[in-house]
Write a protein that binds this ligand. Structure first.
Ligand SMILES: [Cu+2]
Length: 197
């Protein structure tokens, strides 16, 4: 499944179930408060053991939690399985900017340009402390760790400009560690790739 759709599906599924439970529990709670108020039921009754009820309230939430896990797991797999035809760009985080390195050794700072309609794999590293590479529009957020290469990928399916942020507090200018993702037609990308900065 497309990663953006997968992540959104997991989000809305879990949020939907949470809202249903909130409404259900609140309605039952209000009903019980009124129905069993002290003026009507002054003496509480001690009720013990109801096997059927206990089985239901154990099995049902377990099944619901497992479906949440399944939806989340499917979306996670979508984020980790990179299409084979993806183009690869290396990314380095440093205090306080993102550096992008292209296959032809072109290097940019604060600007990631990719061709429209391609899957893009980003190999992410850090040159100093912990950073975290974040593109909200494509639902990817992966730590940049010194001495270790992590990765993320996205489907550049819509032309435009998108925000890139660092989302791991990395020092005084962390908040300014911003970059732009630009998705442009492939011809523009190839021409851009050959220009000198
Ligand atoms: Cu940072």
């Amino acid at each position: 499944m497309d990663p953006v759709r997968g992540v959104d599906l997991a989000f809305w599924y879990i949020l939907g179930i949470s809202v249903l439970l909130l409404i259900g529990i609140t309605v039952v709670m209000i009903y019980f408060v009124i129905r069993y108020r002290r003026s009507v039921h002054p003496v509480p009754e001690d009720i013990r053991d109801n096997l059927n009820l206990e089985v239901v309230w154990t099995v049902l939430p377990t099944l619901i939690a497992l479906t949440m896990f399944w939806v989340g797991w499917k979306s996670y797999i979508g984020l980790r399985e990179v299409p084979e035809d993806a183009i690869e760009i290396n990314v380095a985080g440093q205090m306080f900017s993102w550096i992008f390195m292209y296959p032809n050794d072109k290097e940019t700072e604060g600007e990631l340009v990719v061709p429209l309609g391609k899957a893009v794999k980003l190999n992410i590293e850090s040159w100093d402390v912990l950073h975290s590479f974040y593109i909200p529009s494509y639902r990817i957020k992966v730590d940049a760790v010194r001495g270790m290469t992590t990765y993320a990928w996205f489907n550049a399916d819509k032309e435009g400009e998108y925000d890139i942020l660092c989302t791991e507090y990395c020092g005084v200018d962390h908040a300014y560690m911003l970059a732009k993702l630009k998705i442009v037609p492939e011809d523009d990308y190839l021409a851009w790739l050959e220009t000198e900065e």
